[in-house]
Design a protein around this ligand. Structure first.
Ligand SMILES: Cc1cc2nc3c(=O)[nH]c(=O)nc-3n(C[C@H](O)[C@H](O)[C@H](O)COP(=O)(O)OP(=O)(O)OC[C@H]3O[C@@H](n4cnc5c(N)ncnc54)[C@H](O)[C@@H]3O)c2cc1C
Length: 397
């Protein structure tokens, strides 16, 4: 038995599945959700390591991948440019990557509606059980089932996401509805606004039908705001009908009252260009920010990758890139050691320290707003560091 099972068919699972399939393995991918995951994500910062991973996964990279920016700009409360620096980068979207990767993977190997609930393993292989009673057999299981990974929970239940003390409001605004002032002063750049104790970043992404044509693009924003854990966060995670969503609230369930409050705060705290974008974004949503740090990635025939293994705060813009690096390391180790537990041991040795280092780097970037909340930070110099270091590739250690 040499089948490799992969739990989780988001970007991490699809990157690994495509690479391993191209390496000649029999790969079967088990995804909990039914239907397309498309439409649920927003902007993604690309790094060379992600482009390398996509190529290895069989994806053709060309100019249609995303929108290129040349520089970064920090806007002050009045909307003036407080800092500008050159930094070319390509910004794409979650949907774009998802579509490229799912098109590259044979549909008959992508099993939808399979929620992995339990794993058994012995010297011969793994047996993966789903909620609905299906059983899949293979030589190895790669778990890319996200921050709440059921597989990690079985093997390392002590590892849990740690709430960072703040949330990120997110959304995408159509270029076509924005004022000329907004378009001219920020749209073509990676933008920042740093009110005391908060951070907003934003950048242009492709619009409908993946269009990167001027006038049809969108601006993706991420606004980090403190939300105290015991009262403020549960209130935000409660929808307009009073139903609580403690593990994360779907965009369409976010209460209109919270959206309205957030828009008021945007007008009070942010550069007018960003307040305008937020006002004109149809469905802003938010996600609580967590750290997740694993101490082990290999459990005999079961390996963890992507967000199931590590989740760094999004300041580093590394979620998908790190998943691509995990997939490349996995593919390398399987080439070297065959479809064996030894390959997963080698994979763990290669990926444990880089994963932990990215978490530390993201914490340092997040600490800027937290130290401000606590009254620390030499704002001028640290603001420049935030603009310089946010979403810049953090090399492996
Ligand atoms: C819908 C969605 C939107 C996202 N949008 C963005 C974004 O805009 N920007 C950004 O930087 N990052 C985004 N991310 C995170 C980014 O995709 C991840 O950092 C990256 O893909 C690496 O994580 P992953 O693929 O390992 O895990 P995830 O992306 O979290 O995917 C986990 C997958 O596993 C599936 N799953 C969960 N439990 C089970 C189970 N028991 N059995 C089988 N399958 C299971 C989930 O349905 C999901 O498809 C998004 C993730 C998701 C799922």
């Amino acid at each position: 038995m040499t089948t490799i099972l992969i739990a989780g068919g988001s970007l991490g699972g699809l990157l690994a599945a495509n690479m391993l399939l191209r390496d000649g393995h029999d790969v079967q991918l088990l995804e909990k959700a039914r239907g397309s995951l498309d439409g649920r994500g927003a902007g993604i910062v690309t790094h060379q390591a992600l482009l390398d991973g996509l190529k290895r996964a069989g994806v053709t990279i060309d100019d249609s991948l995303g929108v290129q920016v040349q520089s970064r700009v920090l806007l002050d409360r009045e909307g003036g440019s407080a800092l500008q620096l050159p930094l070319p980068q390509i910004l794409t979207s979650w949907s774009r990557l998802y579509n490229l990767l799912i098109e590259a993977f044979p549909a008959e190997r992508y099993h939808q509606g399979v929620s992995v609930s339990r794993v058994e393993q012995d010297a011969e292989g793994v047996r993966v059980h789903s909620d609905s009673g299906q059983v899949f057999e293979g030589a190895l299981l790669v778990a890319s089932d996200g921050i709440r990974s059921a597989v990690r929970n079985q093997y390392a239940p002590e590892i849990e996401p740690q709430y960072a003390g703040y949330i990120a409001w997110r959304g995408v605004c159509d270029e076509a509805v924005l004022s000329n002032h907004c378009l001219d002063s920020v749209f073509d750049q990676f933008g920042f606004c740093l009110p005391a104790g908060e951070q907003l970043i934003g950048y242009p992404v492709a619009g409908n039908n993946n269009s990167t044509t001027r006038g049809r693009r969108r601006y993706n924003f991420v606004w980090y705001r403190p939300a105290e854990e015991m009262l403020a966060l549960p209130a935000l995670l409660t929808d307009a009908d009073g139903v609580s969503h403690p593990l994360g609230i779907a965009p369409h369930k976010v209460s209109w009252r919270h959206v309205a409050d957030m828009r008021v705060a945007a007008r009070e705290l942010l550069a007018p260009q960003f307040a305008e974008m937020i006002e004109k974004t149809a469905q802003p949503f938010f996600q609580p920010i967590y750290d997740l740090v694993s101490q082990r990635l290999a459990f005999e025939r079961v390996g963890l990758m992507g967000d199931a293994a590590f989740v760094a705060r999004p300041h580093v813009g590394m979620g998908v890139t790190k998943a691509a690096e995990d997939a490349v390391a996995l593919s390398d180790c399987l080439r070297l050691h065959g479809v064996t537990p030894a390959a997963l041991q080698a994979y763990e040795a290669a990926r444990l320290l880089p994963g932990q280092a990215v978490i530390q780097h993201a914490r340092r970037l997040g600490a800027y707003m937290q130290s401000q909340i606590a009254g620390g930070a030499a704002a001028g110099r640290d603001a420049e560091q935030v603009v310089r270091q946010t979403a810049v590739y953090f090399p492996e250690q």
